[in-house]
Design a protein around this ligand. Structure first.
Ligand code: HEC
Length: 455
């Protein structure tokens, strides 16, 4: 089964997935895991210390997190399915077939999470006095479910970088419990509590609270942040120690891109400065005046979200030419299909191309070859612009480099197609760089003959 190709103009396919997914990660980790766990702990503190302040804080903050997690959190989660199904249907479809059961379980667990969290909220004022303990257990059971979600999804994410023996033995267990599974799970939990502690501190600082309580609570969240940051750093180090060095080499490049890659020290300065700021924040909230904490909380939140985005960017980028290492390239061509396409041709064997209009024009063929081979990572005129990459080269020069994409930049997959198709793509890229070919109207690449049997 083949699927039509979608290209997101300007932002590019990768960026559109990233924007949705990173927002989802910030909410699912920071609020659904980190903040809600801290809310349950806050409720417990209120119960233990008979403190109405802790109790009120916990309940008010819960209302806020529930609204965000069940709206933006859930929608961005479903959005990942929607976007990847449109942009990388073979990739997500293959992953779903390997990880059917974890995802099936995840669906049950997620439903459970929703039910428990709503029960937790709506029983807050009813389960009081001798039933309070039970209410806290209910909150704790939510935490177990939220962690189970993280467990199930991390196995799948880890697989996409370190599939272990799967490409050869197709064993589900080695795929799921792959080498980066455990360090990544712990890293994500560390991230969740780092973000959670910061969100809690922010809520505390920007709502009206009694002075002494605020001080006490800030001390607690500052400590929680410090422990979580330290754990995250440790687990990040462990995580990158199990990532194969062929991939790891590109970590710094993935963040700096070719624009800044000649100054790798920038990477370390920026991350170092971020770490210092987060450390400073936790120390100030533990010991310093509330005004200073208030000043630092927004920068600290921004930095931590930036670090989360950076981690996801690095993880997604360094697996480079692959969507599923050892099995499928980033442009959804299977590794063992490539020789077939090189010999027999990509266009001739493409259902959608052959059901589109005007496919005899070289321009349309070139645009289609670009879409098929390169559009997973390059746009025309937008992010990672292919025009800038080939600008100044001759048509023959482009023809040569398309044959060496995977050697020139090791995180690019090889071109799949015959030599004649490579020539066609070179002509097309040369044409758009010269301005003799105008940007293809994308609708011309989408089948117009409609309907029919799509097998
Ligand atoms: C898996 C993602 C991916 C795919 C697919 C991909 N590229 Fe790239 N390509 C990149 C990245 C990332 C860079 C480097 C970006 C930068 O400069 O920061 C790059 C750089 C390039 C460069 C500049 C290399 C240099 O060193 O000057 C060219 C030319 C290029 N790509 C052409 C292509 C062509 C043609 C295709 C399709 C046949 C393609 N790429 C497919 C990710 C990809």
């Amino acid at each position: 089964m083949q699927f039509p190709i979608f290209q997101v103009p300007y932002l590019g396919n990768g960026m559109i997935i990233a924007l949705d997914a990173v927002l989802h990660v910030i909410i699912s980790h920071g609020l659904a895991i980190g903040a809600i766990t801290l809310i349950v702990i806050s409720e417990y503190l209120g119960f233990k210390k008979s403190s109405q302040d802790w109790e009120n804080f916990a309940k008010e903050f819960l209302k806020f997190t529930i609204i965000i997690t069940t709206s933006v959190g859930a929608v961005t989660g479903a959005g990942i399915w929607l976007i990847t199904s449109a942009l990388a249907p073979l990739g997500i479809g293959s992953m779903l077939r390997v990880f059917f059961w974890p995802w099936f379980l995840e669906w049950i667990v997620f439903t459970g999470e929703l039910i428990i969290i709503l029960l937790y909220y709506f029983t807050w004022d009813k389960w009081t006095a001798e039933r309070k303990r039970r209410h806290i257990y209910l909150g704790a059971s939510y935490v177990v479910f939220a962690l189970a979600s993280a467990f199930l999804i991390t196995g799948i994410l880890g697989f996409m970088l370190t599939p272990d023996g799967w490409p050869w033995n197709k064993s589900f267990w080695s795929a799921f419990f792959n080498p980066s599974f455990l360090p990544q799970l712990l890293l994500r939990i560390g991230l969740a509590f780092s973000l959670g502690a910061l969100f809690s501190a922010a809520f505390l600082l920007f709502t009206r609270r009694e002075k002494d309580f605020r001080k006490e609570a800030l001390r607690f969240f500052g400590k929680a942040a410090l422990v979580s940051f330290s754990a995250t750093v440790l687990f990040t180090w462990w995580y990158f120690s199990v990532v194969p060095s062929t991939f790891k080499t590109y970590a710094v490049f993935s963040v700096l891109t070719s624009r800044f890659s000649q100054q790798p020290e920038l990477f370390w300065y920026a991350n170092g400065a971020g770490a210092v700021l987060l450390l400073l924040f936790s120390l100030v909230s533990m010991k310093g005046p509330a005004v200073l904490t208030k000043l630092l909380i927004i920068p600290a939140l921004l930095v931590s979200m930036g670090l989360v985005s950076e981690f996801e960017r690095v993880r997604e980028f360094i697996r480079g030419p692959y969507l599923m290492p050892g099995y499928m390239y980033a442009n959804q061509v299977l590794l063992n299909e490539t020789p077939f396409f090189s010999k027999e041709g990509t266009l001739k064997n493409d259902f959608w191309f052959n059901h589109g209009p005007d496919n005899q024009e070289a321009m349309v063929q070139g645009a289609y070859l670009f879409a098929r081979n390169c559009s997973a990572c390059h746009t025309i005129g937008g992010i990672n612009d292919i025009v800038k990459k080939v600008d100044g080269r001759t048509e023959d020069g482009i023809f040569v480099i398309i044959g060496y994409t995977h050697e020139m930049v090791p995180f690019m997959p090889p071109f799949s197609g015959t030599e004649a198709e490579r020539r066609t793509l070179a002509g097309y890229l040369y044409g758009i760089a010269q301005g003799t070919i105008k940007l293809q109207d994308p609708s011309r690449l989408v089948p117009a003959k409609g309907g029919g049997n799509h097998e």
